[in-house]
Design a binder for this molecule. Structure first.
Ligand code: SF4
Ligand code: SF4
Length: 212
């Protein structure tokens, strides 16, 4: 893992409002899965009923190899094992026996939202999670615990769009589809969404160039 943080399992009300509006405007394009599983997406306790804490982890593209799902899940299971070894708790008290509790881009989970709340970065004008040191080329994974973790943040930080971007607008100016520049990302204009062959908004970002 390249970094990790914890956040209290909760419903993300402000994100629910934001995403419902995004979908209502049709800005999600053909990604119809955004029209389903909203209850689960906005509250991980709908997926893991006894969830109390979410460990949010980041793995850079550089360290994730060809199959990032496999690499990241393997690391999450190693972390799971280590937590059990270093605590006296019974496995069933810490992790759900009945529900999936390791996630990596594999379920309706607000991964970037939880990463921000766990203190791992901010959402930039390119709508990516940006870690101050790792940049935005990171995969996000989660390990869900059934126990409270002391000092896990609970507050619903407002969507911190652009807080860390300062005056930079490089991604907006460079985006070939003009998909950026408003609060919502317009998937219908995103070349990556259409062709899977664009990440200009990450390439031009100074956090990825390590200039800031
Ligand atoms: S991936 Fe390309 S088209 Fe999509 S928002 Fe980024 S720069 Fe724009
Ligand atoms: S390119 Fe600039 S404006 Fe865009 S996400 Fe990076 S820092 Fe923010």
């Amino acid at each position: 893992m390249d970094d990790a943080g914890v956040v209290t399992a909760q419903r993300w009300d402000s994100d629910a409002l934001f995403m419902d509006e995004w979908v209502a405007q049709g800005l999600h394009g053909n990604m119809s899965y955004f029209e389903r599983n909203q209850a689960k997406r906005y509250d991980i306790r709908e997926l893991v009923p006894d969830a109390k804490t979410v460990v949010v982890t980041l793995l850079t593209y550089e360290h994730s190899g060809h199959d990032y799902h496999r690499t990241l899940k393997s690391l999450l299971y190693q972390m799971r094992q280590r937590i059990l070894e270093e605590s006296d708790a019974d496995e069933g008290d810490v992790f759900s026996a009945d529900h999936q509790h390791v996630f990596c881009d594999s379920a309706p989970v607000l991964e970037r939202r939880m990463a921000v709340a766990a203190g791992l970065g901010f959402i930039g004008r390119n709508h990516q999670l940006i870690h101050p040191r790792l940049g935005s080329r990171v995969h996000i994974g989660e390990l869900v615990l059934q126990v409270d973790v002391q000092d896990a943040p609970h507050e619903q930080l407002m969507r911190p769009y652009a807080l860390g971007c300062k005056d930079c607008r490089r991604c907006i100016e460079a985006c070939p589809g003009q998909a950026l520049g408003r609060e919502e990302w317009d998937a219908r204009r995103c070349v990556a969404y259409i062709t899977h062959k664009c990440e200009i908004c990450q390439t031009v970002c100074p956090y990825n160039e390590k200039l800031i």
